[in-house]
Each structure stands twice: as C-alpha cells, then as structure tokens.
Design a protein around this ligand. Sequence first.
Ligand SMILES: CC(=O)CC(=O)SCCNC(=O)CCNC(=O)[C@H](O)C(C)(C)COP(=O)(O)OP(=O)(O)OC[C@H]1O[C@@H](n2cnc3c(N)ncnc32)[C@H](O)[C@@H]1OP(=O)(O)O
Ligand SMILES: NC(=O)C1=CN([C@@H]2O[C@H](COP(=O)(O)OP(=O)(O)OC[C@H]3O[C@@H](n4cnc5c(N)ncnc54)[C@H](OP(=O)(O)O)[C@@H]3O)[C@@H](O)[C@H]2O)C=CC1
Length: 292
Amino acid sequence: MAEISTLGVIGAGQMGNGIAHVAALAGLDVVLVDVKAEAVEKARATIARNLARQVSKGSIEASARDAALDRIRGGTEMAALSAADLVIEAATEREDLKVSIFRQVVPLLKPEAILASNTSSISITRLAAVTDRPHRFIGMHFMNPVPVMKLVEIIRGIATDEETFNAVQQLAERMGKTTAVAQDFPAFIVNRVLIPMINEAVYALQEGVGDVRSIDAAMKLGAAHPMGPLELGDFIGLDTCLAIMRVLHAEMGDSKYRPSPLLVKHVEAGWLGRKSGRGFYDYSQDPPRPTR
Ligand SMILES: CC(=O)CC(=O)SCCNC(=O)CCNC(=O)[C@H](O)C(C)(C)COP(=O)(O)OP(=O)(O)OC[C@H]1O[C@@H](n2cnc3c(N)ncnc32)[C@H](O)[C@@H]1OP(=O)(O)O
Ligand SMILES: NC(=O)C1=CN([C@@H]2O[C@H](COP(=O)(O)OP(=O)(O)OC[C@H]3O[C@@H](n4cnc5c(N)ncnc54)[C@H](OP(=O)(O)O)[C@@H]3O)[C@@H](O)[C@H]2O)C=CC1
C-alpha cells in the first residue's frame, strides 16, 4: 500500500482539531471537514493557539508551526475528501450520525482509501458494514488532548485486513503515538474502564458521598489522577460520556453500566462541560467554580 500522505478528518470539534494538528506536524496534508464553517474556523484558531504554545515551550520550531498550518485545508464540502488516502471520522458520538456520514462519504473516496472512526464506544464492525470497504475500515481512537496524550487505540472490525491494520499502526507511530490493540467490544479498553469510573463519581455526587471539590480532590491527591473524575467528565464532554455509558449498558446488558440520572440530567439541560461553559463546574468563572 502506498504511504498515507493526505489525511481527511470529518468533524472539527476538540478531537478533529487535535488529530489535524498532530497529523500536519507529522508532515501530512490535512483536509478538515465539518457541517459548519464556524466549526472549521474555530478549529483553525485552536490549532494555531496550541501550536503557538508548543513554540513558546520550545517543543517545536516556529517554522514547523507555520508549515503545519499551511498543510491544513478546511471547509464544509465533503467532496474535498476525494484527495485523501485515509479519512478519520471524528464527528459527534451518535451511531445514526456516523452511519449517515459514511454513506455520504463512501462514493466520494478513492477506491483504495482507508476509512477510520475515532468513535469512543461504537462497534467498528457495525460501522464498517455500511461502507463498501469493510476490509479497509478500522477504529483509530485518539485520546484527548490529542497533541499531549501518547496513546492511540487500534480496533480491527471483523473484516479489517492486515494491510489496513499495518498502514494505520505505522501512521499512528509516524504521528508520535504509541498504539494499543483492542478487540471490537463496546467502548474498547480505555473507555471500558475510564467512563464507568466517571459515571461512578457522578453517582457519588448524586448520593452526597462528597461534593464536586471533594470528589475531584480525593481522586487527584488520593489516586494520583491528573484530573478529578468530574473535571475529566467536563473535559471529555458529558454528552460523550453519557453516549458511551448508553452503549455499554445496552450492549453488555449489565445494570452495572446504567448511566447516573444526574449525568442524564446534565446532558438534558445542555450542561455538557467545558464546551458548553457549564458542567460539574461553571467555566464563566476563573478558576472554574464547582456547581455542587
Ligand atoms: C473519551 C475518550 O474516548 C478517550 C479519552 O480521550 S479519555 C481522556 C483522556 N485524557 C485524560 O485523561 C487527560 C487527563 N489530564 C491530563 O493528562 C492533564 O490534566 C492535561 C495534559 C490535560 C493538562 O495537564 P496540566 O499539567 O494540567 O496542564 P498544562 O501544564 O497546561 O499542560 C501540560 C502540557 O501539555 C501541553 N498541552 C496541554 N494541552 C495542549 C493542547 N491542546 N495542545 C498542545 N499542547 C497542550 C502543555 O503545553 C504542557 O506542555 P509541557 O509539558 O511541554 O509544558
Ligand atoms: N471528547 C473526547 O475526550 C474524546 C472523543 N472521542 C470521540 O471523537 C468523536 C468527536 O468527539 P469530540 O471531538 O469530543 O466532539 P465535539 O462535540 O467536540 O465535535 C464533534 C464535531 O462534529 C461535528 N459534526 C456533527 N455532525 C457532523 C457531520 N454530519 N459532518 C461533519 N461534522 C459533524 C459537530 O458539529 P456541531 O457542533 O455543529 O454538532 C462538531 O463540530 C466522538 O465520536 C467521540 O466519542 C474520542 C476520544 C476522546
């Protein structure tokens, strides 16, 4: 298989912008597509800010920042993905949405292009089955924030071939990441362990075991986590955390995965965490103020 030189990214949210950032720094040409032009503009600004931070910390040269920014093209036209050797889908964590994106994108792609999903929980085999190329479809699961976190989980669907697996593993390494291979089970490895922990922290909050500050301090200082579980839930996005718990609950059929009603309420209220300005913390204050 020819080397991957052009990467398509669908979804210019926090994961899409991080993937575009790291890929462009690694020398790939990047096409970043979102339904909203504002999302692409915001992603460009975020990438420029994060690259500038890396320059000021001395981890990259200013020339590398400029070259990376030049390599990223963005827009709302899916047709731009026809140039891509690999397309990574990083849109909202909803299976119906991802299925409709794959159906729309497949006719536009080169026949040999690989399709990957950055899904946090959804079956790779099921997503692959709606495309014309299940053998060239794979899970490529980056961690947030992408420029900082070392891991990419790689998940083969039942039909994924070795050539695709090897190409994606090599690309992850070229992007400076370490890979862990997970089987295609709900939420794979990281989120099978991490998201039920966050959900449990929300239960602890709901039951009054501790308030937001105590729960986060307990896990930071008592278990050496870099962020407390409620702060981390806000960082990931509470809508994404709930979507993952719902996949685990439905597909594992075990009540231990039931989402906390307080988590459900937050999402219903539109309190999605940092991205909406309020979650378990209120981000209109500096430093953010716990809400309970
Ligand atoms: C839901 C899923 O499907 C899967 C997931 O992703 S689950 C979530 C996984 N992620 C985590 O668990 C993150 C946990 N949190 C952390 O590791 C840390 O709090 C953090 C890395 C986010 C921030 O660390 P911190 O020490 O509090 O902040 P800060 O000092 O600002 O940043 C640490 C470094 O990262 C860099 N950094 C932070 N965010 C960055 C970004 N978006 N882009 C580039 N660099 C960034 C900083 O510049 C800094 O670099 P140096 O070490 O060179 O100084
Ligand atoms: N957040 C995290 O920590 C992690 C998330 N993931 C996964 O990555 C994916 C993206 O998550 P994240 O970046 O956090 O989510 P965000 O909500 O930050 O971004 C999702 C983006 O996708 C856009 N979008 C929605 N529909 C479409 C469409 N039809 N075509 C193109 N773009 C679309 C959204 O636009 P709009 O805002 O208009 O709806 C938004 O800009 C999810 O599958 C998630 O589970 C994986 C690892 C970590």
